[in-house]
Design a protein around this ligand. Structure first.
Ligand SMILES: C[S@@+](CC[C@H](N)C(=O)[O-])C[C@H]1O[C@@H](n2cnc3c(N)ncnc32)[C@H](O)[C@@H]1O
Length: 189
């Protein structure tokens, strides 16, 4: 990622006006996180959601914020420090491996990130293999029918994601209408 690309990504992702369509409070509520839970935020970016997730699980819980871009994680670290958030571990992952500790995270949350990934099924398989049986995986990504969002050919329609998820051993438990432009799919390992 060039410095220019990083600047553009930060501006887009941390823009306060994003709340108008992203509705972060509603999204985090829909995740139904409990205090004390250990969660993985896969593709955290600079952490638009991270402090909110950290608050939802509380000081006895923990968030592993996973991203393969070192520069983005540097920004995340600074933001967490400024905000005094202490229950987050940033994880420098690989394109094909979330690098999560084995069996520790009861929930994996992927927001606006799946359509950025390469080797998606292999990645999901590896993610699933690091989660305990019964863990939840939640994927939020652009609906194929909405006008807002990236060009259609860069999106991953829900049917395609669900095919990938099945191949990775994940089963759909809920498809919930939470956001105006994005699907919210909840699966279990
Ligand atoms: C559009 S950003 C979304 C960031 C954040 N989830 C949000 O909604 O603000 C997508 C992020 O996914 C990350 N990403 C791309 N491929 C990935 C992979 N294989 N594993 C984990 N994260 C990945 C990118 O580095 C980027 O930070």
């Amino acid at each position: 990622m060039t410095p220019e690309e990083l600047k553009g990504a930060l501006k887009r992702q941390l823009n306060p006006r994003r709340a108008e369509w992203q509705k972060p409070a509603a999204l985090v509520r829909a995740l139904r996180l409990r205090r004390g839970q250990v969660v993985a935020e896969v593709g955290s970016g600079p952490g638009y959601f991270t402090p909110r997730l950290a608050r939802a699980v509380g000081p006895s819980g923990h968030v592993y914020a996973v991203d393969p871009e070192a520069a983005v994680l540097d920004v995340l670290r600074q933001r967490l420090k400024q905000a005094g958030v202490r229950n987050v571990t940033p994880v420098l992952s690989r394109d094909d491996d979330p690098m999560l500790p084995q069996g520790r995270c009861g929930v994996a949350i992927i927001i606006n990130a799946y359509h950025h990934m390469h080797g998606r099924v292999a990645f999901l398989r590896r993610l699933a293999s690091r989660l305990p049986r019964g863990a939840r995986v939640i994927n939020v990504d652009w609906d194929e029918r909405t006008e807002k969002g990236p060009p259609p050919k860069r999106r991953v329609p829900r049917t395609k994601f669900l095919r990938d998820a099945r191949r990775a051993g994940l089963r759909l438990v809920a498809d919930r209408a939470v956001l105006p432009h994005q699907y919210f799919l909840e699966l279990r390992r």
